[in-house]
Design a protein around this ligand. Structure first.
Ligand code: SF4
Ligand code: SF4
Length: 436
Protein backbone atom coordinates (compact mmCIF):
# COMPACT_ATOMS: atom_id res chain seq x y z
CA UNK A 1 0.00 0.00 0.00
CA UNK A 2 1.36 3.39 -0.95
CA UNK A 3 1.70 5.81 1.94
CA UNK A 4 2.20 9.56 2.03
CA UNK A 5 3.72 10.43 5.36
CA UNK A 6 5.91 13.52 5.46
CA UNK A 7 9.54 13.28 6.53
CA UNK A 8 8.62 15.09 9.73
CA UNK A 9 5.93 12.50 10.47
CA UNK A 10 8.34 9.65 9.74
CA UNK A 11 10.74 11.00 12.36
CA UNK A 12 8.24 9.72 14.92
CA UNK A 13 9.18 6.05 15.57
CA UNK A 14 5.50 5.06 15.91
CA UNK A 15 4.63 6.58 12.54
CA UNK A 16 7.71 4.98 10.98
CA UNK A 17 6.48 1.63 12.31
CA UNK A 18 2.95 2.26 11.02
CA UNK A 19 4.39 3.20 7.61
CA UNK A 20 6.30 -0.10 7.46
CA UNK A 21 3.16 -2.07 8.35
CA UNK A 22 0.94 -0.21 5.90
CA UNK A 23 3.39 -0.65 3.05
CA UNK A 24 3.35 -4.41 3.58
CA UNK A 25 -0.40 -4.58 2.85
CA UNK A 26 -1.17 -5.44 -0.78
CA UNK A 27 -4.99 -5.00 -0.45
CA UNK A 28 -5.59 -8.64 -1.39
CA UNK A 29 -8.46 -8.96 1.08
CA UNK A 30 -7.67 -12.55 2.09
CA UNK A 31 -7.96 -11.41 5.72
CA UNK A 32 -11.61 -10.45 5.33
CA UNK A 33 -12.71 -14.10 5.13
CA UNK A 34 -11.43 -14.91 8.63
CA UNK A 35 -12.34 -11.65 10.36
CA UNK A 36 -15.21 -12.31 12.80
CA UNK A 37 -16.73 -8.84 12.46
CA UNK A 38 -16.69 -9.00 8.66
CA UNK A 39 -18.16 -12.51 8.77
CA UNK A 40 -21.00 -11.24 10.98
CA UNK A 41 -21.58 -7.73 9.65
CA UNK A 42 -20.41 -7.96 6.02
CA UNK A 43 -19.20 -4.35 5.97
CA UNK A 44 -15.78 -3.72 4.39
CA UNK A 45 -15.10 -1.13 7.10
CA UNK A 46 -15.53 -3.88 9.68
CA UNK A 47 -12.85 -5.97 7.97
CA UNK A 48 -9.08 -5.78 8.58
CA UNK A 49 -8.50 -4.23 5.16
CA UNK A 50 -11.16 -1.59 5.76
CA UNK A 51 -9.76 -0.77 9.18
CA UNK A 52 -6.25 -0.55 7.77
CA UNK A 53 -7.49 2.13 5.32
CA UNK A 54 -9.21 4.02 8.12
CA UNK A 55 -6.08 3.95 10.28
CA UNK A 56 -3.89 5.02 7.34
CA UNK A 57 -6.16 8.02 6.70
CA UNK A 58 -6.22 9.00 10.36
CA UNK A 59 -2.45 8.79 10.77
CA UNK A 60 -1.50 10.35 7.43
CA UNK A 61 -3.85 13.32 7.78
CA UNK A 62 -2.85 13.62 11.42
CA UNK A 63 -6.34 14.70 12.41
CA UNK A 64 -8.64 13.60 15.22
CA UNK A 65 -10.55 10.43 14.41
CA UNK A 66 -14.17 10.79 13.37
CA UNK A 67 -17.03 8.97 15.10
CA UNK A 68 -17.20 6.66 12.05
CA UNK A 69 -13.52 5.66 12.38
CA UNK A 70 -13.92 5.07 16.11
CA UNK A 71 -17.01 2.92 15.56
CA UNK A 72 -15.18 0.51 13.26
CA UNK A 73 -11.96 0.37 15.28
CA UNK A 74 -13.96 -0.21 18.47
CA UNK A 75 -15.69 -3.13 16.80
CA UNK A 76 -12.33 -4.83 16.16
CA UNK A 77 -11.79 -7.64 18.68
CA UNK A 78 -7.99 -7.56 18.36
CA UNK A 79 -8.39 -11.31 17.83
CA UNK A 80 -5.58 -11.22 15.23
CA UNK A 81 -7.14 -13.85 12.97
CA UNK A 82 -6.22 -11.43 10.17
CA UNK A 83 -2.53 -11.76 11.04
CA UNK A 84 -2.70 -15.54 10.75
CA UNK A 85 -4.39 -15.28 7.35
CA UNK A 86 -2.37 -12.44 5.84
CA UNK A 87 0.14 -13.74 3.26
CA UNK A 88 2.14 -10.50 3.38
CA UNK A 89 2.95 -10.51 7.10
CA UNK A 90 1.06 -7.31 7.90
CA UNK A 91 1.49 -6.70 11.65
CA UNK A 92 -2.10 -5.57 12.25
CA UNK A 93 -1.72 -5.81 16.03
CA UNK A 94 0.88 -3.06 16.25
CA UNK A 95 -1.18 -0.92 13.87
CA UNK A 96 -4.47 -1.21 15.72
CA UNK A 97 -2.73 -0.78 19.09
CA UNK A 98 -1.42 2.53 17.80
CA UNK A 99 -4.85 3.51 16.48
CA UNK A 100 -6.43 2.84 19.87
CA UNK A 101 -3.88 5.09 21.58
CA UNK A 102 -4.65 7.84 19.04
CA UNK A 103 -8.38 7.49 19.60
CA UNK A 104 -7.95 7.62 23.35
CA UNK A 105 -5.80 10.74 23.01
CA UNK A 106 -7.66 12.68 20.32
CA UNK A 107 -11.30 11.60 20.41
CA UNK A 108 -13.85 12.79 22.90
CA UNK A 109 -16.22 9.93 23.63
CA UNK A 110 -19.70 10.56 25.07
CA UNK A 111 -19.67 10.98 28.84
CA UNK A 112 -21.27 7.60 29.66
CA UNK A 113 -18.78 5.82 27.40
CA UNK A 114 -15.85 7.58 29.07
CA UNK A 115 -17.21 6.77 32.50
CA UNK A 116 -17.66 3.09 31.65
CA UNK A 117 -14.14 2.80 30.25
CA UNK A 118 -12.70 4.60 33.26
CA UNK A 119 -14.45 2.18 35.62
CA UNK A 120 -13.20 -0.84 33.65
CA UNK A 121 -9.64 0.50 33.62
CA UNK A 122 -9.81 1.18 37.34
CA UNK A 123 -11.44 -2.03 38.52
CA UNK A 124 -10.30 -4.89 36.28
CA UNK A 125 -6.54 -4.67 36.86
CA UNK A 126 -6.98 -4.56 40.66
CA UNK A 127 -8.04 -7.93 42.10
CA UNK A 128 -9.33 -6.45 45.38
CA UNK A 129 -11.57 -3.94 43.55
CA UNK A 130 -12.60 -6.55 41.02
CA UNK A 131 -13.61 -8.94 43.82
CA UNK A 132 -15.71 -6.21 45.47
CA UNK A 133 -17.33 -5.36 42.13
CA UNK A 134 -18.20 -9.02 41.52
CA UNK A 135 -19.89 -9.22 44.92
CA UNK A 136 -21.90 -6.09 44.11
CA UNK A 137 -22.74 -7.45 40.65
CA UNK A 138 -24.03 -10.63 42.24
CA UNK A 139 -26.35 -8.61 44.45
CA UNK A 140 -27.52 -6.55 41.48
CA UNK A 141 -28.05 -9.55 39.20
CA UNK A 142 -31.76 -10.07 39.98
CA UNK A 143 -32.44 -6.52 38.77
CA UNK A 144 -31.00 -7.39 35.35
CA UNK A 145 -34.07 -9.57 34.84
CA UNK A 146 -36.16 -6.40 34.94
CA UNK A 147 -34.50 -5.15 31.75
CA UNK A 148 -36.18 -6.12 28.45
CA UNK A 149 -34.89 -9.39 26.97
CA UNK A 150 -34.53 -7.88 23.47
CA UNK A 151 -31.18 -6.05 23.23
CA UNK A 152 -32.54 -3.43 20.83
CA UNK A 153 -35.06 -2.30 23.46
CA UNK A 154 -32.34 -1.41 26.00
CA UNK A 155 -30.33 1.83 25.82
CA UNK A 156 -26.59 1.40 25.10
CA UNK A 157 -25.20 1.89 28.61
CA UNK A 158 -27.81 -0.35 30.25
CA UNK A 159 -27.10 -3.03 27.65
CA UNK A 160 -23.48 -3.01 28.75
CA UNK A 161 -24.40 -3.05 32.41
CA UNK A 162 -26.63 -6.05 31.69
CA UNK A 163 -23.70 -7.74 29.91
CA UNK A 164 -21.45 -7.08 32.92
CA UNK A 165 -24.01 -8.52 35.34
CA UNK A 166 -24.41 -11.60 33.18
CA UNK A 167 -20.66 -12.25 33.43
CA UNK A 168 -20.63 -12.12 37.23
CA UNK A 169 -20.41 -15.62 38.76
CA UNK A 170 -23.06 -16.95 41.17
CA UNK A 171 -20.40 -17.38 43.85
CA UNK A 172 -16.75 -16.47 44.29
CA UNK A 173 -14.07 -18.90 45.47
CA UNK A 174 -11.80 -17.83 48.36
CA UNK A 175 -8.63 -15.97 47.25
CA UNK A 176 -5.58 -18.02 46.33
CA UNK A 177 -2.05 -17.58 47.72
CA UNK A 178 -0.56 -14.10 47.63
CA UNK A 179 2.54 -12.64 46.00
CA UNK A 180 5.74 -13.73 47.70
CA UNK A 181 4.58 -17.36 48.09
CA UNK A 182 7.08 -20.02 47.07
CA UNK A 183 6.04 -23.60 46.32
CA UNK A 184 9.03 -25.94 46.61
CA UNK A 185 9.61 -28.73 44.12
CA UNK A 186 8.68 -32.23 45.24
CA UNK A 187 11.60 -34.63 44.97
CA UNK A 188 14.62 -33.65 42.92
CA UNK A 189 14.46 -29.97 41.89
CA UNK A 190 14.65 -29.62 38.10
CA UNK A 191 13.75 -26.00 37.58
CA UNK A 192 12.37 -22.76 38.98
CA UNK A 193 9.68 -20.57 37.42
CA UNK A 194 7.57 -17.53 38.20
CA UNK A 195 3.83 -17.93 37.66
CA UNK A 196 1.88 -14.82 36.62
CA UNK A 197 -0.86 -14.28 39.19
CA UNK A 198 -3.25 -12.51 36.81
CA UNK A 199 -6.05 -10.13 37.84
CA UNK A 200 -9.53 -11.35 36.93
CA UNK A 201 -8.34 -14.95 36.93
CA UNK A 202 -7.13 -14.92 40.51
CA UNK A 203 -10.56 -13.69 41.61
CA UNK A 204 -12.78 -15.83 39.38
CA UNK A 205 -10.79 -19.05 39.20
CA UNK A 206 -7.77 -19.34 41.53
CA UNK A 207 -8.08 -23.10 40.90
CA UNK A 208 -6.33 -22.59 37.54
CA UNK A 209 -3.04 -21.43 39.02
CA UNK A 210 -3.47 -23.92 41.86
CA UNK A 211 -3.57 -26.69 39.24
CA UNK A 212 -0.45 -25.21 37.59
CA UNK A 213 1.40 -25.13 40.94
CA UNK A 214 0.34 -28.70 41.76
CA UNK A 215 1.43 -30.03 38.38
CA UNK A 216 4.73 -28.16 38.27
CA UNK A 217 5.85 -28.95 41.82
CA UNK A 218 4.84 -32.60 41.34
CA UNK A 219 7.26 -32.68 38.40
CA UNK A 220 10.18 -31.14 40.27
CA UNK A 221 9.68 -27.45 39.41
CA UNK A 222 9.77 -24.79 42.11
CA UNK A 223 7.13 -22.11 41.59
CA UNK A 224 7.26 -18.55 42.87
CA UNK A 225 4.50 -15.93 42.88
CA UNK A 226 6.55 -12.77 42.60
CA UNK A 227 5.87 -10.13 45.24
CA UNK A 228 4.59 -6.73 44.01
CA UNK A 229 3.70 -8.09 40.59
CA UNK A 230 0.89 -6.13 38.92
CA UNK A 231 -1.65 -6.63 36.17
CA UNK A 232 0.35 -7.20 32.96
CA UNK A 233 -1.24 -4.09 31.42
CA UNK A 234 -3.22 -5.94 28.72
CA UNK A 235 -6.57 -4.55 29.84
CA UNK A 236 -5.61 -0.89 29.63
CA UNK A 237 -3.39 -1.51 26.60
CA UNK A 238 -6.46 -2.70 24.66
CA UNK A 239 -8.40 0.34 25.85
CA UNK A 240 -5.71 2.55 24.30
CA UNK A 241 -4.52 3.73 27.72
CA UNK A 242 -0.85 3.20 27.09
CA UNK A 243 0.42 5.37 29.95
CA UNK A 244 -1.13 2.95 32.42
CA UNK A 245 -0.18 -0.17 30.44
CA UNK A 246 3.48 0.84 30.09
CA UNK A 247 3.74 1.82 33.77
CA UNK A 248 2.52 -1.65 34.70
CA UNK A 249 4.92 -3.26 32.23
CA UNK A 250 7.86 -1.37 33.74
CA UNK A 251 6.84 -2.25 37.29
CA UNK A 252 6.59 -5.94 36.39
CA UNK A 253 9.88 -5.94 34.53
CA UNK A 254 11.58 -4.54 37.65
CA UNK A 255 10.22 -7.18 40.04
CA UNK A 256 10.67 -10.11 37.65
CA UNK A 257 14.22 -9.05 36.82
CA UNK A 258 15.03 -8.83 40.52
CA UNK A 259 13.55 -12.29 41.11
CA UNK A 260 15.51 -13.73 38.17
CA UNK A 261 18.75 -12.22 39.49
CA UNK A 262 18.20 -13.33 43.07
CA UNK A 263 16.59 -16.75 42.78
CA UNK A 264 17.04 -17.66 39.11
CA UNK A 265 14.09 -18.15 36.75
CA UNK A 266 13.85 -20.57 33.85
CA UNK A 267 10.68 -18.87 32.66
CA UNK A 268 7.78 -16.63 33.56
CA UNK A 269 4.77 -18.86 33.03
CA UNK A 270 1.38 -17.56 32.04
CA UNK A 271 -1.94 -19.41 32.25
CA UNK A 272 -4.00 -16.61 30.67
CA UNK A 273 -3.00 -16.32 27.03
CA UNK A 274 -4.37 -12.79 26.68
CA UNK A 275 -1.75 -11.69 29.21
CA UNK A 276 0.93 -13.81 27.55
CA UNK A 277 0.53 -12.10 24.20
CA UNK A 278 1.09 -8.68 25.76
CA UNK A 279 4.03 -9.72 27.99
CA UNK A 280 5.71 -11.28 24.96
CA UNK A 281 5.27 -7.87 23.31
CA UNK A 282 6.87 -5.86 26.16
CA UNK A 283 10.12 -5.78 24.18
CA UNK A 284 8.35 -4.01 21.32
CA UNK A 285 6.20 -1.78 23.51
CA UNK A 286 9.26 -0.42 25.33
CA UNK A 287 11.69 -0.45 22.40
CA UNK A 288 12.18 3.32 22.55
CA UNK A 289 12.70 3.43 26.31
CA UNK A 290 16.41 3.81 26.94
CA UNK A 291 16.24 2.31 30.43
CA UNK A 292 13.78 -0.48 29.77
CA UNK A 293 14.26 -1.61 26.17
CA UNK A 294 16.89 -4.24 27.06
CA UNK A 295 15.21 -5.60 30.21
CA UNK A 296 11.82 -5.61 28.45
CA UNK A 297 13.22 -7.76 25.65
CA UNK A 298 14.75 -10.13 28.23
CA UNK A 299 11.43 -10.47 30.06
CA UNK A 300 9.56 -11.06 26.79
CA UNK A 301 12.03 -13.84 25.99
CA UNK A 302 11.43 -15.41 29.42
CA UNK A 303 7.63 -15.30 29.07
CA UNK A 304 6.02 -18.59 28.10
CA UNK A 305 2.55 -19.95 27.89
CA UNK A 306 2.41 -22.80 30.38
CA UNK A 307 1.90 -25.35 27.58
CA UNK A 308 5.17 -24.26 25.94
CA UNK A 309 7.03 -24.99 29.17
CA UNK A 310 5.24 -28.29 29.77
CA UNK A 311 6.25 -29.50 26.31
CA UNK A 312 9.80 -29.77 27.68
CA UNK A 313 8.80 -31.87 30.68
CA UNK A 314 7.98 -35.59 30.65
CA UNK A 315 4.59 -35.61 32.38
CA UNK A 316 3.69 -38.74 34.31
CA UNK A 317 0.05 -39.73 33.81
CA UNK A 318 -1.44 -41.43 36.82
CA UNK A 319 -5.21 -41.26 37.13
CA UNK A 320 -7.79 -43.51 35.51
CA UNK A 321 -10.23 -41.10 33.89
CA UNK A 322 -11.97 -43.30 31.35
CA UNK A 323 -12.63 -41.81 27.93
CA UNK A 324 -13.19 -38.10 28.37
CA UNK A 325 -13.96 -36.18 25.19
CA UNK A 326 -12.61 -32.65 25.29
CA UNK A 327 -13.51 -29.90 22.83
CA UNK A 328 -10.41 -27.76 22.64
CA UNK A 329 -11.21 -24.07 22.21
CA UNK A 330 -8.20 -22.34 20.77
CA UNK A 331 -8.07 -18.86 22.35
CA UNK A 332 -7.28 -16.19 19.74
CA UNK A 333 -4.44 -14.81 21.84
CA UNK A 334 -2.90 -18.28 21.85
CA UNK A 335 -3.48 -19.35 18.25
CA UNK A 336 -3.18 -16.00 16.48
CA UNK A 337 -1.28 -13.90 19.02
CA UNK A 338 1.34 -16.47 20.03
CA UNK A 339 1.00 -19.00 17.19
CA UNK A 340 0.51 -21.84 19.66
CA UNK A 341 -1.96 -24.15 17.96
CA UNK A 342 -1.18 -27.87 18.18
CA UNK A 343 0.75 -27.96 21.46
CA UNK A 344 -2.13 -27.86 23.99
CA UNK A 345 -4.01 -30.50 22.01
CA UNK A 346 -0.92 -32.73 21.82
CA UNK A 347 -0.41 -32.47 25.57
CA UNK A 348 -4.04 -33.37 26.21
CA UNK A 349 -3.98 -36.31 23.79
CA UNK A 350 -0.70 -37.63 25.17
CA UNK A 351 -2.23 -37.58 28.62
CA UNK A 352 -5.23 -39.66 27.73
CA UNK A 353 -7.94 -37.25 26.60
CA UNK A 354 -9.94 -37.64 23.41
CA UNK A 355 -9.44 -34.21 21.89
CA UNK A 356 -11.83 -32.75 19.32
CA UNK A 357 -11.23 -29.69 17.18
CA UNK A 358 -14.07 -27.19 17.13
CA UNK A 359 -15.40 -26.18 13.68
CA UNK A 360 -14.57 -22.55 12.74
CA UNK A 361 -11.91 -22.64 15.45
CA UNK A 362 -10.25 -19.55 13.93
CA UNK A 363 -13.25 -17.39 14.90
CA UNK A 364 -13.21 -15.53 18.21
CA UNK A 365 -15.70 -16.45 20.98
CA UNK A 366 -16.40 -12.73 21.54
CA UNK A 367 -14.64 -12.39 24.88
CA UNK A 368 -11.59 -10.33 23.84
CA UNK A 369 -10.74 -8.60 27.12
CA UNK A 370 -13.44 -6.01 27.78
CA UNK A 371 -15.07 -6.48 24.35
CA UNK A 372 -17.99 -8.53 25.68
CA UNK A 373 -18.86 -5.59 27.93
CA UNK A 374 -18.21 -2.79 25.44
CA UNK A 375 -19.71 -4.54 22.38
CA UNK A 376 -22.22 -6.95 23.93
CA UNK A 377 -24.33 -7.48 20.80
CA UNK A 378 -21.49 -8.68 18.55
CA UNK A 379 -19.90 -10.55 21.45
CA UNK A 380 -23.04 -12.53 22.23
CA UNK A 381 -23.55 -13.43 18.55
CA UNK A 382 -19.99 -14.73 18.43
CA UNK A 383 -20.47 -16.65 21.66
CA UNK A 384 -23.64 -18.30 20.40
CA UNK A 385 -21.90 -19.29 17.18
CA UNK A 386 -18.92 -20.69 19.14
CA UNK A 387 -21.14 -22.65 21.52
CA UNK A 388 -23.13 -24.10 18.59
CA UNK A 389 -19.90 -25.17 16.91
CA UNK A 390 -18.64 -26.75 20.12
CA UNK A 391 -21.91 -28.66 20.55
CA UNK A 392 -21.37 -30.44 17.22
CA UNK A 393 -18.45 -32.42 18.68
CA UNK A 394 -20.51 -33.52 21.73
CA UNK A 395 -17.82 -32.97 24.35
CA UNK A 396 -17.81 -34.02 28.00
CA UNK A 397 -15.73 -30.94 28.75
CA UNK A 398 -14.50 -27.82 26.99
CA UNK A 399 -10.85 -26.82 27.48
CA UNK A 400 -9.31 -23.39 26.88
CA UNK A 401 -6.13 -21.59 27.86
CA UNK A 402 -7.60 -18.19 28.68
CA UNK A 403 -9.95 -17.16 31.49
CA UNK A 404 -11.78 -14.61 29.33
CA UNK A 405 -12.81 -17.29 26.82
CA UNK A 406 -13.73 -19.67 29.64
CA UNK A 407 -16.16 -17.17 31.22
CA UNK A 408 -17.57 -16.16 27.85
CA UNK A 409 -18.22 -19.72 26.65
CA UNK A 410 -19.51 -20.89 30.05
CA UNK A 411 -22.21 -18.21 29.75
CA UNK A 412 -23.74 -20.11 26.83
CA UNK A 413 -23.44 -23.78 27.72
CA UNK A 414 -23.97 -26.26 30.54
CA UNK A 415 -20.91 -28.32 29.51
CA UNK A 416 -18.10 -27.77 32.07
CA UNK A 417 -15.49 -25.31 30.82
CA UNK A 418 -12.03 -25.91 32.27
CA UNK A 419 -8.49 -24.75 31.72
CA UNK A 420 -6.09 -27.02 29.82
CA UNK A 421 -3.77 -27.07 32.83
CA UNK A 422 -6.58 -28.35 35.07
CA UNK A 423 -7.01 -31.36 32.78
CA UNK A 424 -3.27 -32.01 32.70
CA UNK A 425 -3.12 -31.73 36.49
CA UNK A 426 -6.01 -34.20 36.75
CA UNK A 427 -4.26 -36.60 34.37
CA UNK A 428 -1.12 -36.51 36.51
CA UNK A 429 -2.67 -36.98 39.93
CA UNK A 430 -4.69 -33.82 40.68
CA UNK A 431 -8.42 -33.48 41.35
CA UNK A 432 -11.10 -33.75 38.67
CA UNK A 433 -11.82 -30.21 37.42
CA UNK A 434 -15.10 -28.58 36.56
CA UNK A 435 -16.80 -29.27 39.86
CA UNK A 436 -16.35 -25.86 41.48
S1 SF4 B 1 -8.12 -8.36 14.83
FE1 SF4 B 1 -9.87 -9.75 14.46
S2 SF4 B 1 -11.68 -8.41 14.46
FE2 SF4 B 1 -9.87 -7.09 14.25
S3 SF4 B 1 -9.62 -6.80 12.04
FE3 SF4 B 1 -8.31 -8.55 12.61
S4 SF4 B 1 -9.59 -10.37 12.31
FE4 SF4 B 1 -10.97 -8.58 12.33
S1 SF4 C 1 -4.49 -10.18 3.85
FE1 SF4 C 1 -2.79 -8.85 4.49
S2 SF4 C 1 -2.09 -7.89 2.61
FE2 SF4 C 1 -4.12 -8.73 2.17
S3 SF4 C 1 -5.54 -7.02 2.60
FE3 SF4 C 1 -5.39 -8.22 4.48
S4 SF4 C 1 -3.76 -7.21 5.65
FE4 SF4 C 1 -3.56 -6.47 3.51
Amino acid sequence: MKTEFSLAQLADPDIAEADKILRACVHCGFCTATCPTYVLLGDELDSPRGRIYLIKEMLEKDRPPTAEVVKHIDRCLSCLACMTTCPSGVHYMHLVDQARVRIERDYSRPLTERALRAVLALVLPRPELFRASMIMARLARPFAALLPAKAAAIPGLMRRVKAMLALAPKSLPPPGPSGGSVFPAQGEKRGRVALLQGCAQQVLAPRINQAAVNLLTRHGIEVVLVRDEQCCGALTHHLGQDGDALARARANIKVWKKEAEQGGLDAILITASGCGTVIKDYGFMLREDRDFAGPAAQISALAKDITEYLAGIALTPSSQKGDVTVAYHSACSLQHGQKITGLPKELLSKNGFVVKDVPESHLCCGSAGTYNILQPDIASRLRDRKVANIATVKPDMIAAGNIGCMVQIAGGTSVPVVHTIELLDWATGGPRPGLN
